[in-house]
Ligand binder design. Sequence first.
Ligand code: LHQ
Length: 261
Amino acid sequence: MSFENIKLVIKNNIATLTLNRPEKLNSFTQAMHEEIKAAFIEIENQSVRAMVITGEGRAFCAGQDLGDRDIDAEEEFDAGDSLEQNYNPLIRKMHNAPFPIICAVNGVAAGAGANLALACDIVVAARSAKFIQAFAKIGLIPDAGGTWSLPRKVGLARAIGLSMLAEPLSAEKACEWGLIWQVVDDDKLSQEVERMALHLAHQPTVALANIKQALRASASNSMSEQLDLERDLQSASAKTDDFREGVAAFLEKRKPVFTGK
Ligand code: LHQ
């Protein structure tokens, strides 16, 4: 399947989606959204066990393309429609994806681009990358899940500061604040993320999906609800071939060979 605004490579059970409009810092257009929707359908039809999202060129993603014809059009533009049709289904798909998603933040991540990164399960950023909740500068609020993920990751004081001041946050500080997992030197980013994706693609995929589901649900669950969820997801995890393989490998003092089943 070939695309114009993104690149999709599925190899060794790893799907790598690269935003590919480098001349406009990989900002989202309607055409790009349509291609991303098609890419996720393709991914769902293949046995993907890990995914990487990154950007082509010097930026990760500058958010919505503010010059896209939908925004420029004569008739009144409804940003809520664009969220409903494009960003919200994408963020939900990422949250519910039954495999880990790594974001390789290769450069600036602004607006919805920053929050796309934060919707990934593991965020690794190049040392030169920065995160900008740019929305307030143009009279908007953080979207693409930003108002949900920011306070949960960095606390309300920092979430409000980032959103209202709309100043760039360096990758180092983002990591120090717990917004992202790791910072690596620019020239090590793709190598480090490839290594991580390959590792995750050989882990017990169902358990990883269940870990993701349980930890994400904890944000709104009570302790008691969370204990019930752990019971159910552990019960499901222990019914997999990978659980049997993990225990057998431990007892036989060998490396496990997980199949994701
Ligand atoms: C761009 C963009 C861009 C178009 C750089 N659009 N061309 C909004 C509305 C509706 C529905 C749903 O949700 C949203 C959510 C959002 O995402 S709103 C937030 C949108 N994003 C921004 O406000 C960020 C705008 N960009 C910037 O502030 C800067 O470009 C950053 C700080 C990202 C990078 O700055 P520089 O490194 O100095 O690069 P640059 O500004 O020179 O940009 C390079 C080119 O990319 C340039 O084009 P040109 O033809 O002049 O070379 C920019 O116009 C273009 N570009 N972002 N979002």
